[in-house]
Structure formats: C-alpha cells, structure tokens
Write a protein that binds this ligand. Structure first.
Ligand SMILES: Cc1cc2nc3c(=O)[nH]c(=O)nc-3n(C[C@H](O)[C@H](O)[C@H](O)COP(=O)(O)OP(=O)(O)OC[C@H]3O[C@@H](n4cnc5c(N)ncnc54)[C@H](O)[C@@H]3O)c2cc1C
Length: 805
C-alpha cells in the first residue's frame, strides 16, 4: 500500500509541478496526500506523528506569508543584496530599455504557443506597396553599384536628388511632418530590396531611418525641435548623422570622453546659457555630407546653471554642422563601399542649452534615449542588409548553379554544390521568418531590446556565411570585379554589418543572454528591483513574491525537463495539427524547459561572475536566439498558408536549429563550473541521451532543388528581391536554359544512338538541326539560351589604363 501512496505522491507532485499550479493547489494536493497516507496505509502511529511534524515544519514556513518572509525571504534578500551584480547607471538604463514579448515566453520553459500565433502577420499597405513597386523599383534600375563603388566613390548627384525628392530619408517621419510614416515592415522591405544590389545606396537610406536624429526627435524632441527639423528632414533639406563612437570609445560607447560644459556665452549677439562642446568622433555614417549632427557627449554643469546636478552624464544634442569650431567632411573608406562615412571634431563649439534633444529636462538621459531607439532601429536596418543580400544570393546562386555547367552537368547537380545551396536556401527562409516576426512585433508598438540584439547578430552572421557560400559556388565569376559582378561587394562588405551597432562578438557574448536573462526572465528583474527598492518594507514584500515565484519556476522546470526528456515532448499539445510541423512545437517546448532550467542554474551558480563567463553566456544566448528563430519559422509557415512545397525549408531549418540548440546545451553542460550540478542537469535534460540529429541528405537535397528550379516556393523565398539589370539577365538566362534542357536532351540522345557525332557545342547544334534531331524553332531557342548562358558566365576584363584612376 505504501508503495502505491509513494507512486501516487510522485505522480501528483510531478503533475502539479509540470502544470505550474498556484501555491494553494500545491498545499491542498500535498495535504490530501498526507491524509490519504494517514488513513489508508498501515504506517505505525509513531511514524505518522513524526511525518506530520516534518510536514508541518516544512510547509508552514512556506505557505504562511508572515513566517515565510521572516524565516526565508528576508534572509535570502540580505544575502542577495551582498552578491547582487554591481551595475553602473548606464548598464541599468540599457537593461531597463525596451520591451519584451514572445522571447520571454520561450525563456519561461512553458511557451504559450497561441500567443505567438495571435501576433498579426506583417503586411504592407496599398501606399507602401506602391512605393516599393514605384520609386524603389525605379531607384534599383538607376543603380550601377560598380560605377558607384569603383569610379565615383559616391552616388551620382541625380540619385541623391531622387532619394530626397521621393522621401527615402523620411520613411519613419509621420505624415503630419511631411514624411511617409511607413511601418517597420515596409521600412525593412524597402531596405532589403536595395541592400540586395547596393550596400552604398541602402546604407545611405538606412541611417536617417534608423538610429538618427529623426528617431530621437520623434520620441524625445520638444515640439519646437520637431516642428523645425522633421519637415526639413522629410524634404531632404537636412542630411542627418549621429555621432557616438570615437577613437577611445568603440564597443564601450558609454565611456565617451567628449564633453559639454554648461556656461554663459554669446550666441546670436546675446548672452545665452549654453554648452561649450569638445568632441572627437569617428566612423560616423553620412557625417561628410551631414548638415545636422546628432551628438552624444557627457554634460557637466559646474556652475549649476541648469539645475542642482554637476555631472549629468550622457546627453544628446542636435547641432548644425556649419557652426564655428566644427571639423567635418573627411572620409573613411569602409571596405571599398562608397557610403559616406567619416570623422568629425568639435573645438569649443558653443550651442544654446535648448539644443539638447528634448530640452534641459533630457540632460543626462542620452544613454537611455540611444538604447531605446537602438532597440527598434537595430532590429530593422542591419537585419535588412542580411535579408536583402540573402535574397539576392539565393536568387542568383540557384540560377547560376543551373546555368553554369562543368563535366557536362549544371554545377548545382553536384552534391558538394547542392550542400552549399541548401545552406543558402534554408538559412534565408529561417532568417527571413525571424525578420517578419520581429517586424510584426515592432509594428505592434514594441521596442524589443533582446530581439533586436538577436536579429542584429544572427542576420548579419548568417548573411556573412551565405556570402561565402555564394562566392564559392560562383567560383571565378564571383571573384573578378566589374559591372557584371553582382556578388563581390556583398561578400566584401559583410564585415561592416557585423561591426556596426554593437560589434557581433560583443553582442553574442555579452548582450543577448546578459540582457535576456534579466529582461525575459519572469522574476529576475523583479528581484533586482525589489532589492534596490528604497522602501525597505515594500522591497521585502516584492522580493518575497518574486523569490517564491522563482523557486516554483525552477522546481517546475526540473520536473518538466525530465518528463519532456523521457517522452521527447510527445505529450505536449501542439497548437496546430499541420502534418510534418506539429512535432516541432513539441520539441521546441522541450528545449524551452531545458533552457529555462539551464539559465536559472547558470545564474544561481555563477551569479555576477556570469558576466565574465562570456563563452557560457554566448552559448545560452545562442539557445535563446535559435528558439526564437525556429518559432518564427513555424509561425511563417502558418502565415503563408501551410504551403506543402515549403515544408523542406521548414523542416531543414527546424532540424538544424534543434541540433544547434542541443550542441550549445551540451557545451554549457560540459563547461559548467560545478561538476556535480552539471551531471544532475545532464540527467534531467538528456535522460535518454542527445535526441537531435542533422537534417538528412535527402531533405538537404530537397531544399537545394528549390533554388535550382522556378517554382512558387522559390518565388516566396526570394519575394521582394530586385529582378532587373544584371540580376534580371541571370534570371532570364536561368529560365531560357531550363526551357532548352529538353532540346539538349534530344541532342544527347541522338549522340548516344550514333545519329550525330559528338563535337564542339555550336557544331553539334548545327549537326542536330541538319539531321532533323531538333526543329528549326528549337535550334533558334537553343542558340538563344546558349547566348544568354555565355553572357552570364562571362566576366569583365579591362585594359590596364581603365583600372587606374
Ligand atoms: C562603417 C561603420 C559605420 C559606423 N557608423 C557609425 C555611426 O554612424 N555613428 C556612430 O556613433 N558609430 C558608428 N560606427 C561605430 C560602430 O557602431 C561600432 O560601435 C564600433 O565600430 C565598435 O567599436 P570599434 O570598431 O572601435 O571596435 P572595438 O570596440 O575596438 O571592438 C573590437 C572587437 O572587440 C570586441 N569586444 C569589445 N568589447 C568586448 C566585450 N566586452 N566582450 C566581447 N567582445 C568585445 C568587439 O565585439 C569587436 O569584435 C560605425 C562603424 C563602422 C565601421
């Protein structure tokens, strides 16, 4: 009988923990168990009394609030205050900035899938679509990127004018100020399309529409500042840039040495309270042509002219670049791209104090302003560069692999090449799914700080790998620069996106999990806030609530991980029943529980040390990122109407993500600083060993085939890519070559049957038509296809003097 009670107890405890029931249900459940044990079993009375004493001693302090605080949570709070990570004001501001949503569900260990599926799909308005089909298409046709990057080292003047006239710099500015007021999704569609053909043009458009004066003005500017600058920015009369980085403050941007001292001075012939600024900045995009400079500096007010404080901290102001004391106009030359980027210095530049963005009330708020704006901008601009490059890469590389023949076969038919094609196709689907979801989240009004770091890091890293794959497949065609090389600048410039807006090593190692652990975790931020609450009583109350929520979460994840590991998630209720897809929801739920458990134990064991254990933090960040991206793939599949032919892309992406998640979990466990805990965690997470394997060769081949043939799936995958100019020639050749393949097959058959002799291609085609193997019409079609093929495989050559400027 007691064995039955023990088994029953186990099942009850397991079920309560698994479903994360409220505390009173726990207490009731355990009480019922004890009563059953008391009245049904034959346990000696002495034992029963002892058991009841232990039961009450354990349960009472946990379930009676007054006792719980006194005996447990206040003691933990005292300890926590001692070991709590020390955070600077800028760190605190960075952590508090932005919002969290779906990523927090993944962090919880028990994602509510309906919340994901309820996020509306991103869409373009009629006006946005017309802009893409009109001015954006026209711009793409105007672009000759080789001319821009090799000959002019700038866009032609008429292109600058076209951009201004069509309000390309005003996508985020509201209509009331004369802007286009586009959604984040539209903004990213425009940028992706242009990024696919010119990094120079797209970056020039991207900067004013992401982290720049317009964004800062919109969110924090005074009415006067908005009314003055926004219409002028919308009309292109002002060209903005934003200067934060300097020689001594790169990744550690909050350490800028640039200063602004509040003082009295003469401005416009009047004595004015102003700021005397000194700065030395570099790498500033659009600075060489900027008419208005957004500047970040540290503000000091030694004479207390604007308030009681002396050291305000980072502050942002808007400064016309024609002010005396400003040096601007020199250029850097970022890996052979021609967007305008350069240094600027300011020596004793005196500006009125109300040029601070938002006025004096925003003095010292600069870091928070920047981090908050960065969270949306960073999720849009740089990921768009990866998506744009990726769409172009998938389109042309699949086509080229079908057009280019070696050993009498299109190179795409060789497994080695197909392997690289698979990576391009599936990673594009995966990365674009994440972009679509992130844009939808931003368009709902969120400013997702953790997601923006995830998107920035993964989209740019994936694009860099794609650039390598696509170059490899093109062989010498990719290497030789010239007007017909549509690839090399994408490859060459991939480190730019990696470096800017938070260099990638730092983003991966420090930011994604570092910020995610605090922002996405259900209880950590509440614990931190409670521990810092100046109202001691209130702090104790809040800390107790967060602490016991946290303990419940860990207990639940212990049981969930083990159960989901033993069953491999088979009993999880998938929110959709699409064949071939529902299983991934179950497996991702399993990963979420494992990750949540791992994250908590990493924080408990390492505490503030985790900040320095960047390898562990990076792995945990990868797990969170890959869960997010995989969930976006599942969502995209639903949004696009469960197209069965897209399944190989969905399945490859999910299987690959699961394998990578498993590898990173394994990496954390292998390197976990506490071996005993690592062994226990391994038993809970992988009770039956590591379950995930790489996608099969068969599935990989199915993905490669999507790039090698025209289809609705290929169109969906590369939707939005520019298909004109040189890229248009590749696409037409691709279609012509495929249409001519049956004609070629007839000729090869005739050669095998001895009807005609094998010979050089042009002679062979003539022999085939003469021998009536093919018709005159087919002859013309084949010649045209071969001409198109030759044009695509050709590379540019130059007279030596043409290469010297
Ligand atoms: C082309 C270009 C355009 C830019 N445009 C602008 C602009 O318009 N405005 C502006 O203000 N800035 C701009 N920047 C600056 C940019 O956004 C980066 O912040 C800056 O380049 C990073 O500093 P750094 O190059 O000095 O690298 P460093 O800070 O010297 O970093 C070097 C390496 O160390 C890594 N690293 C540093 N600290 C850590 C850490 N704690 N953990 C792990 N890794 C770490 C970094 O990830 C990087 O890989 C631009 C930069 C470039 C190259």
């Amino acid at each position: 009988m007691s064995a039955v009670i023990i088994l029953l107890a186990l099942i009850v405890v397991w079920a309560l923990a698994y479903h994360r029931v409220a505390q009173w249900i726990w207490v009731t459940g355990l009480l019922v168990l004890m009563l059953a044990h008391t009245f049904i079993g034959h346990t000696p009375k002495v034992w029963l009394v002892l058991e009841w004493i232990v039961f009450i001693l354990v349960l009472a302090p946990v379930s009676i609030l007054f006792l719980r605080r006194r005996l447990i949570s206040n003691a933990v709070l005292a300890w926590y205050r001692k070991v709590m990570p020390k955070m600077s004001r800028t760190e605190k501001e960075a952590i508090e900035a932005g919002t969290v949503g779906w990523e927090a569900e993944l962090f919880s260990g028990k994602p509510q899938w309906q919340k994901l599926l309820a996020i509306p799909a991103p869409h373009l308005t009629v006006e946005e679509q017309a802009f893409i089909d009109g001015p954006v298409e026209q711009l793409c046709r105007m672009i000759n990127d080789y001319d821009i990057t090799q000959n002019r080292l700038d866009m032609p003047q008429e292109m600058w004018q076209f951009l201004k006239d069509n309000k390309f710099f005003a996508m985020i500015i509201p209509k009331s100020y004369g802007g286009l007021e586009f959604s984040a999704f539209a903004n990213s569609e425009v940028l992706s399309k242009v990024y696919g053909i010119s990094i120079t043009v797209a970056t020039t458009i991207g900067v004013p529409n992401s982290l720049g004066p317009a964004e800062l003005l919109l969110r924090y500017g005074t009415e006067e500042q908005k009314n003055h600058y926004l219409p002028r920015l919308a009309r292109g009369e002002e060209i903005p840039c934003f200067a934060l980085t300097g020689p001594d403050a790169g990744s550690d941007a909050s350490s800028i040495p640039d200063t602004g001292i509040v003082c009295r001075g003469q401005f416009d012939g009047k004595e004015t309270i102003g700021i005397r600024l000194n700065w030395d900045k570099r790498y500033i995009t659009l600075a060489p042509v900027a008419t208005v400079l957004g500047l970040a500096f540290k503000l000091y007010d030694p004479e207390h002219l604007i308030g009681p404080e002396e050291d305000y901290g980072i502050t942002c102001a808007l400064i016309p670049t024609n002010m005396p004391g400003i040096t601007i106009g020199r250029r850097h030359f970022p890996v052979n791209t021609a967007f305008l980027n350069g240094p600027t210095q300011g020596k004793d530049v005196f500006i009125p104090v109300d040029w601070i963005i938002g006025g004096t009330k925003m003095a010292g708020q600069g870091w928070r302003m920047l981090v908050e704006c960065l969270s949306a901008g960073r999720a849009i601009s740089l990921p768009s560069s990866g998506i744009g490059g990726g769409k172009m890469a998938a389109l042309v590389t699949g086509a080229y692999a079908r057009i280019r023949k070696q050993f009498n076969l299109p190179i795409g038919r060789f497994e080695g090449v197909a392997e690289a094609l698979t990576r391009i196709g599936a990673n594009l689907y995966y990365m674009d799914a994440a972009r679509r979801l992130t844009m939808a989240i931003i368009d709902q009004g969120e400013h997702p700080s953790v997601l923006s770091a995830i998107m920035k890091y993964h989209a740019t890293e994936i694009a860099r790998r794609m650039a390598c794959d696509t170059m490899d497949i093109h062989g010498g065609k990719g290497i030789c620069l010239g007007p017909h090389n549509y690839l090399a600048r994408f490859f060459q410039s991939s480190p730019i996106a990696i470096t800017v807006e938070g260099a990638n090593i730092l983003t991966r190692s420090l930011i994604i999990f570092g910020q995610g652990a605090i922002r996405c975790h259900r209880y950590v931020l509440s614990e931190l806030r409670a521990a810092q609450d100046p109202d001691i009583k209130q702090g104790e109350k809040l800390f107790d609530k967060a602490l016991f929520g946290h303990i419940g979460l860990i207990l639940s994840n212990i049981f969930r991980s083990l159960f989901l590991g033993l069953t491999n998630g088979r009993f999880v209720k998938a929110p959709v029943s699409s064949p071939g897809v529902g299983r991934y929801y179950q497996l991702l739920t399993r990963c979420s529980a494992d990750f949540s458990l791992l994250a908590d134990f990493s924080m408990i064991v390492l505490g503030s040390e985790l900040k320095r254990k960047e390898r562990l933090s990076a792995r945990l960040g990868d797990i969170l990122s890959k869960m997010y991206m995989m969930s976006s793939v599942l969502k995209r599949y639903e949004e696009e109407g469960r197209q069965g032919t897209d399944l190989p892309l969905v399945q490859w992406s999910c299987q690959n993500a699961l394998l990578e998640i498993q590898q990173q979990i394994d990496g954390v466990l292998q390197n976990f600083p506490n071996k005993a805990i690592s062994i226990i965690l391994r038993c809970l997470i992988f009770p039956l060993g590591k379950p995930f394997v790489a996608p099969s060769d068969h599935l990989s081949q199915q993905v490669a085939e999507i790039l090698l043939s025209p289809s609705a799936t290929r169109d969906r995958l590369t939707h939005g890519a520019f298909k004109g100019n040189v890229i248009g020639e590749v696409e037409s050749a691709f279609l012509a070559v495929i249409a001519a393949e049956p004609i070629e097959a007839k000729i090869h058959k005739a050669v095998r049957n001895g009807i005609i002799k094998n010979q050089a291609l042009s002679a062979l085609i003539t022999a085939a038509v003469n021998a009536d193997v093919i018709t005159a019409e087919e002859h013309t079609q084949l010649l045209a296809a071969n001409k198109a093929r030759q044009k695509v495989i050709a590379v540019d050559d130059f007279a030596p003097e043409e290469l010297v400027h």
